[in-house]
Design a binder for this molecule. Structure first.
Ligand code: G3H
Length: 203
């Protein structure tokens, strides 16, 4: 594939409260990120776009508000993928990790034991997520126009799966990969595998 950029959505109101899942709006910090993002992205794409060439970008978002709000100021076409929605935490959706431990102590323990395979009650596992993301990965693999950049604005669990695929992390490592907020990650394909760079945006 050609260059792939990705980022988590800007900080959401649920991130501030330590709650998982849901469909919250961005926090004020998250809004700031959405305002700074277009400048940083253009600067980064400039680094590998020949002079006088137009910046040809498609932004992929999920169906959740926080990704659309993060993409709001990017002057590029957007494509919405249901497959990019965050891992479905089922009965734990909207809870904090403390609340999960309190209400579902066994589940909490099970998840600790095998985070990749653990499936939330009425929800998904990382293994399910990897399967759900197959069409997204296939589309990324097919994408090989060097003049065209795909920028994915996603969620932590989803981006762990995509990142692990391109950088060859194991199933055991995948659920623990660090994909911080307010950071643009650029993957540049090389003959063997990908080179990764990270750019933190201070908000
Ligand atoms: O929904 C929550 C997170 O993005 C996934 O985090 O799998 O480490 O709990 P976690």
């Amino acid at each position: 594939p050609s260059h792939i950029y990705f980022s988590r959505h800007g900080e959401s109101q649920f991130n501030v409260l330590g709650r998982i899942g849901g469909d919250a709006h961005l926090s004020p910090q998250g809004v700031l990120y959405s305002q700074k993002l277009p400048f940083k992205l253009k600067e980064l794409i400039q680094e590998h776009t020949p002079p006088n060439m137009e910046q040809n970008v498609t932004v992929w978002i999920s169906t959740l508000k926080r990704t659309a709000e993060t993409a709001a100021n990017l002057p590029f076409p957007k494509m919405m993928w249901k497959q990019l929605d965050e891992i479905n935490a089922g009965v734990c959706d909207g809870l904090t990790y403390e609340e999960i431990e309190e209400r579902f102590p066994e589940e909490f323990n099970d998840r600790d034991g095998d985070k990749y395979s653990y499936r939330y009650k009425s929800g998904e596992s990382y293994a399910d997520l990897v399967e759900r993301l197959e069409p997204v990965i296939m589309e990324l693999e097919r994408h090989n126009d060097p003049q065209h950049v795909i920028f994915i604005i996603g969620h932590q669990a989803v981006l762990r799966c995509i990142y692990a695929y391109f950088l060859n992390y194991s199933h055991a490592e995948l659920p623990y990969l660090k994909i911080p907020l307010h950071t643009v990650i650029r993957l540049t394909p090389k003959a063997y595998g990908c080179v990764e760079e990270r750019f933190k945006i201070n908000v």
